[in-house]
Design a protein around this ligand. Sequence first.
Ligand code: HDD
Length: 715
Amino acid sequence: MNSLFSTALLSVLCLGLSHQVHAQAQATATTKPKSEKRTAEAKEEGTLTTNHGLPVADNQNQLKAGVRGPVLLEDFIFREKMQHFDHERIPERIVHARGSGAHGYFQCYESQADITKAAFLQDPAKKTEVFVRFSTVAGERGSADLARDVRGFAVKFYTKEGNYDLVGNNIPVFFIQDAMKFPDLVHAVKPEPHNGIPQAASAHDTFWDFASLMPEINHMLMWVMSDRALPRSYRMMEGFGVHTFRLINAKGVASFVKFHWRPKLGVQSVLWDEATKINGKDPDFHRKDLWEAIERGDFPEYELGLQVIDDATAAKLEFDLLDPTKLVPEEIVPLRIVGKLVLNRNPDNFFAETEQIAFLPTNLVPGIEFTNDPLLQGRLFSYQDTQLSRLGGPNFHQLPINQPKGCPMGFGTNFQRDGMHQTMVPKGRVAYEPNSLDGGKGPRENPAQGFISAPEEMTGPKVRKRSETFGDHYSQARLFFRSQNETEQRHIINAFTFELSKVQSKEVRVRMLAHLAQVDATLHSGVAAGLGMKETSETLKPAVPAHDLPPSPSLSILGKAPKILAGRKIGVLVADGFNAAALAALRKSAAAEKAVLAVISPKVGGAKDGEEKVVQADMALSGAPSVLFDAVVILSSKESSDQLAADKTAVDWVSDAFSHCKVLGYSPDARPLLDAAGVKADEGTIEVGQETGDFIQAAKNGRIWGREPAVRPRG
Ligand code: HDD
């Protein structure tokens, strides 16, 4: 029987199965009764129904005129099911469409009453529930995690004074200074409208055209071209409130504040070449990493740091605190660490929670206020507005994930009524205030506890104008670039070169080079050389030329990388005849360091150790490229190493690990594979047997950056 015929016959047989057979099969597979004496009521309990409660007898077949006849329009059970399905999707977020969320809590270390009256920052014994959503910005909902992009870091605190949302990013500055330009920025970076290309990428003409015409973007460009835009994990990423906010204490004293999240695991990034490969082999890399860490009880933690700035210090800063393209160096205002955020529970349902959560920068609590930052001021309108179309009306606060569940008053203790998707049933005849008919039982305003905006003086003419104090677009870009070490600077140069190489308009490339020349001569010459462009870039005469600021070491990721393996992943490639004792020793050391170890073998069924015992693999070689791991080990016999040396997938596994500067452990017999992969001995290539100490120590120190210029000069 040929295979086409047998498949066809099989499907006919399957279609012929009666619904009873299906129902029986399902009962055995999923709902096997615990006791033979299953009662009629118990069966009723598990009965599948329509949305209106009608029990469904057959969930396999439409209603037809004869078993081989057409479907009847009257099949309301089918129509209801299909209609619900047809409407399952809601509009994706215009930005930050792709995200991943988690529940957890926030706890302050001590009362912050001296600077703010916010209730969730007062009592160290109190845990405040939170939901956090991490996201990429430009890509659509189905795009890949490792795009070169900013990451969203949005935290909803369910406080007893209502929800407080800190809707931040993993980069402390922004592309533009005024929200008026936000739609233009997003249109420029999103896929080009005529052909919808490219997805989740800034490397195209419209983004760089816009960038080259907006000098205020230059500081942010340094960050997005740096490895900050390629996080290793959401667990290893900083977060920032970006804008300057105001804190107000109970006495009414106000100070400026910048919010920072610091990951306990330190900041870590991947290389651009790794990012592009991860996107292909494991596009959910970040989402899976977060989910799996929480599932195994390895709860991501971040500390909340505040840069508190009094008015006198603010007046001395040489830039305007209201300008969101500027940061306050930590060397000038150090962080005050005030509490921790722990993510300890995965969502039960992605759509209901991660997709339907609505963050609003207007969700404030007494003790925290806005400033006049013109980017923030525009956000105050945009988020509430976008939820109306995304979540279908003004009652999105009633969705369980958006309800202010920390607040004893609950939601809806006011006289707002009706609207699409109203799920409450307000009682009584009174829906207004003041009134004399509710007997004083209805809600009333409360000046003692309610939110009162700090009485800030407002003066000035009505103007559409940018403040001159926002005029310096290059000094902090230069500060960032010059605060990076040589490796980090090389990565920035390579990123600009890659992105601008994808730009077809030469005029745009020339304009961008002119900006880079203002930022730093090495940056400019590196990118110009990478592009092979000799055009002069001397033409730009900025209104405020860059001036030198003292470097800020805290801006370098590598400068402050912790020497730990916690939360990192070691990939061990095992092939037949490998040394079982070495694997056991590696497992033990990895566990001691709180690292995760994954065994990879040519086949997922596993490999035989030297004693012929089969050890199961966690992943097969073809689905587990070395880019998924932070450090790698190869354990094999001489014979299996010879075989792998002729297998391109295995050779790539090793040569990628080497050229991505990873620490590489190997059993002596694995040498032929290493040679085939072009591995040259250095301090990061380490023999592993029962003794694993040197390998672990080297892996804790991080990548072997000294390798990079020779093996991967273009990134
Ligand atoms: Fe925004 C979503 C962060 C500027 C308009 N933004 C959104 C999310 C984050 C940020 C993390 C995703 C929230 C979630 O997970 O649901 N946005 C920022 C930061 C900004 C910023 C840190 C600058 C400092 N955003 C910004 C401006 C505007 C918007 C200037 C418009 C005036 N942002 C939106 C939006 C989104 C959004 C269109 C899309 C989905 C949503 O709001 O709920 O309204």
